[in-house]
Design a binder for this molecule. Structure first.
Ligand SMILES: [Mg+2]
Length: 216
């Protein structure tokens, strides 16, 4: 397989890998959320993504719009708090943007991911430095787009996105939260990583690992 396109099955593998990561790191994500939130982020993400995998096990995804609609609706309906609607919206918008395709080239994957980010922004109204998932996702997509524009392969662009997501995640630690439950803590929210930015870094870790494995 060439680096220039990835089939939909690779994105299914991405979702499965993300599920493994949030499940493996469930206790850690919950520990982060117990510092500045309501201690349910690990449980929520793990439950939601395992519900997604159950749906995927029972059906073949013909096209991206269908696949990501299923993923998004499952997260919206099975996960409480902010993370279900935000991640759900991310995947719903990805699917709407991608349409009924069964493979992606580098720019198409970037466009779908960016549509997802725009959905997160529309729903959560987060901006840079608010100490949310946006702080990991926005730099990840900027790095991805820059790599693709520079002629790099999808695996290299995904690796760049993951590195940028980790940097963005780490940058949330000193921030005072301005959105979500953590913002109620004011200055006391500083000194902790944002749980949503941390799970978002796992989303890009999963993507980077999955497309690297599938590399020709
Ligand atoms: Mg929470």
């Amino acid at each position: 397989m060439s680096d220039s396109t990835i089939p939909l099955e690779t994105l299914v593998a991405w979702l499965r890998r993300f599920t493994e990561l949030v499940t493996d790191q469930r206790a850690y994500l919950t520990e982060l959320d117990s510092a500045i939130g309501d201690a349910d982020h690990g449980a929520n993400m793990s439950r939601g993504m395992n519900a997604v995998v159950e749906k995927l096990d029972g059906a073949t995804a013909g096209a991206a719009d269908e696949l990501f609609k299923t993923v998004g609706m499952t997260l919206v309906t099975s996960v409480g708090g902010a993370s279900g609607p935000l991640y759900g919206t991310f995947f719903l918008r990805m699917g709407m943007s991608a349409g009924a395709v069964d493979s992606f080239d580098g720019p198409a994957l970037g466009s779908a991911l960016r549509a997802g980010l725009e959905g997160v922004v529309a729903r959560g109204k987060a901006e840079t430095g608010d100490k949310t998932m946006y702080d990991a996702m926005a730099p990840a997509l900027d790095a991805y787009d820059a790599a693709i524009a520079g002629g790099e392969s999808i695996p290299d662009a995904a690796a760049a996105a993951f590195a940028a997501a980790e940097t963005g995640r780490d940058a949330t630690e000193p921030l005072v939260a301005r959105k979500g439950r953590a913002s109620y803590l004011g200055e006391r929210s500083a000194g902790h990583l944002d749980p949503g930015a941390t799970s978002t870094a796992l989303l890009f870790q999963a993507l980077a690992e999955t497309v690297a494995e599938k590399r020709g």
